[in-house]
Ligand binder design. Structure first.
Ligand SMILES: [Ca+2]
Ligand SMILES: [Ca+2]
Ligand SMILES: [Ca+2]
Length: 267
């Protein structure tokens, strides 16, 4: 009897030691002092997936870079701010990680949020010098460390929303402009029709314009990348100077009527 119990005990001890060993191997990574060590275990939620080194490098010091550029917009000789990083955590069931960066005067510079607990930040909030007013929000929707959507705020109200569709953060392929939170224009880079002298323009070449209530009033398209609008759709199907204050029209532009909005299914 003693022998059976003894063998069972050894078997259990070995199993436990093996499980512990594989656990350690899996969670072999540097843990910041402020991150509770309890959460770094084998029972991580299934959503936990590895991030690439490239993605991690891209998101690194995003806050410091943004705040340094912001300071230099006011004063080109401004020094990079000194930021204090604080990690906040997490519940086991819903692992949303939050990192905050504070300036030396304790004002909040940035807040970063990991939405799926994979260790890669998905949302970045950037604040003004007071630390109270949000100036910009950046979002990485597909975990590659490249920002896909950027929202710029004026006095805390959205002013621009930029979309990145080609993986290059230095260019934005869709730009939405707002006035007091109401959309006034959507500008896009779209491929010009076959037969055009240039199929792809360097800047925006397709514009949807909205009235003060956010209703679509015109669409204009520059099909040859010369900056003049060539194809226009509006309510009357003709040139309306007051609608195109900031646009140049090609003298040969064609005007068509906007299709009537189908309101039969409107709420
Ligand atoms: Ca991305
Ligand atoms: Ca881009
Ligand atoms: Ca043109």
């Amino acid at each position: 009897m003693f022998k059976v119990k003894h063998t069972l005990f050894i078997a259990l001890a070995l199993a436990a030691a093996f499980a512990l060993g594989s656990c350690k191997n899996k969670s072999k990574k540097t843990v910041d002092k402020t991150t509770p060590t309890k959460e770094v275990k084998c029972d991580c939620p299934k959503v936990k997936v590895c991030t690439t080194k490239e993605a991690l490098a891209r998101k690194k010091e995003r806050c410091l870079k943004w705040q340094t550029e912001e300071a230099r917009r006011q004063n080109p000789k401004a020094a990079a701010p000194s930021l204090n990083r604080v990690e906040l955590y997490i519940t086991k069931v819903n692992p949303i990680g939050v990192v905050k960066h504070y300036r030396s005067d304790n004002s909040l510079a940035c807040r970063e949020v990991d939405l799926n607990g994979d260790g890669l930040m998905d949302l970045f909030y950037f604040y003004d010098a007071s630390g109270r007013i949000k100036k910009e929000v950046q979002q990485d929707s597909d975990r590659d460390g490249i920002i896909d959507i950027k929202r710029i705020f004026q006095n805390g109200v959205i002013f621009k929303e930029l979309h990145n569709t080609d993986g290059d953060e230095s260019t934005w392929e869709i730009e939405k402009t707002f006035n007091n939170g109401i959309i006034t224009q959507i500008a896009l880079r779209i491929i010009n029709p076959p037969g055009s002298t240039r199929r792809v323009c360097e800047g925006f070449n397709y514009f949807e314009n909205f009235d003060s209530k956010g209703r679509l009033i015109s669409i204009s398209w520059d099909v040859d990348c010369d900056g003049d609008m060539d194809r226009v759709r509006n309510k009357e199907g003709k040139f309306e100077s007051d609608v195109y204050k900031n646009m140049r029209m090609d003298p040969k532009a064609t005007y068509r009527k906007l299709k009537e909005e189908d309101t039969s299914i409107a709420p």
